[in-house]
Design a protein around this ligand. Structure first.
Ligand SMILES: [Zn+2]
Length: 322
């Protein structure tokens, strides 16, 4: 604890609000990050450089071990202080029996804490929730990984991110989490009753998303309606990060293809708001989306015929490391 307190103070900088959080025991989860005081939505809580950076995502073992052995001793020491877990699948992929104890530990720490090919020191303390209150993304302007609050967080509340890909029903979420060796006990997973409204919302969002995928999400009034319903379900579930952003983006694009600059502008305004609190205004994607919003505003006011190709859409939004 003393080490963490020392390092947290040292890590606080003008680039983030690290002083607002502390590392302490989280019931049944080991260590976790907690709010020291109320944190408003959109706060950049952590901006961090990787402690360890593997060269590529494939051939983890070789890359990760080389990256670790090239670190200066104080960074190796910090790395070895992180939580470790390796699933049976991960062990099989990495020829576990042939490795030394140290190399196994290095790889197990990588498996438990990696964001894409990077391991961060402080951000490794985030525990998982299916309804996270933190969003992470790489910010190319400052060349750091940022972690923003996407909800208002009360003093004493735990800060969480989602470890899993996509919005899916409980069984699939728990299956994905086996990689980290735990069963999620977040409020939505803990309520196993049939009238668990939040879980029903998850299932409905997953269903709608699948339907749209099957339909190829070709812009039509029907797909626009599906995006509208998904966005409503996400908001009422508390899923207010990247998936809500993507839903607004799809709805904006769909509206524009259907010929309404006005509707596209309204969806884009919502999208910009989510982007701002997820990424921060200094992120290039936020700046690009503000440009799209301005183009749509002027198109909505103009008397000239509107076509969606008049707009410089941002369709490759940074969703953070895989
Ligand atoms: Zn959960």
């Amino acid at each position: 604890m003393a080490d963490y307190a020392y390092n947290l103070d040292k890590l606080s900088s003008t680039l983030d609000a690290g002083h607002l959080v502390e590392v302490r025991e989280s019931p049944r989860k080991g260590l976790g990050l907690f709010a020291r005081e109320t944190i408003t939505r959109g706060t950049r809580i952590i901006a961090e450089y990787p402690l360890l950076k593997a060269v590529t995502v494939s051939s983890h073992g070789v890359n990760v071990l080389a990256a670790f052995h090239n670190l200066p001793p104080f960074k190796q020491q910090a790395y070895l202080g992180l939580h470790e877990y390796a699933s049976d699948t991960f062990k099989e992929e990495n020829d576990w029996e042939s490795l030394s104890d140290l190399d196994r530990r290095v790889l197990a720490i990588f498996a438990a804490n990696r964001w894409g090919r990077d391991v961060f020191w402080l951000a490794s303390q985030f525990n998982h929730s299916c309804i996270p209150n933190i969003h992470n993304a790489h910010n190319p302007t400052i060349q750091m990984e940022t972690f923003h609050s996407i909800q208002e967080i009360e003093a004493g509340e735990e800060l969480t991110v989602s470890y899993i890909a996509g919005i899916c029903a409980r069984d699939e979420r728990q299956a994905q989490l086996k990689k980290w060796g735990f069963e999620c006990k977040c409020p939505v997973c803990q309520d196993t009753s049939d009238d668990n409204k939040l879980e029903q919302n998850f299932a409905q969002i997953a269903f709608l998303s699948q339907e749209l995928k099957i339909a190829g999400a070709l812009p039509s009034k029907k797909t626009l309606d599906a995006f509208r319903r998904m966005a409503g379900l996400m908001r009422s579930t508390g899923l207010v990060g990247k998936y809500l952003h993507n839903c607004y983006l799809d709805a904006a694009f769909c509206s524009a293809v259907l010929g309404s600059a006005q509707m596209a502008m309204l969806w884009t305004e919502k999208e910009v708001e989510v982007n701002d609190y997820c990424l921060g205004k200094d992120h290039l994607d936020c700046q690009k989306e503000v440009r799209v919003m301005r183009q749509l505003r002027s198109a909505a006011k103009s008397k000239r015929p509107f076509h969606y190709t008049h707009i410089s859409w941002v369709l490759d939004w940074d969703q953070g490391p895989e």
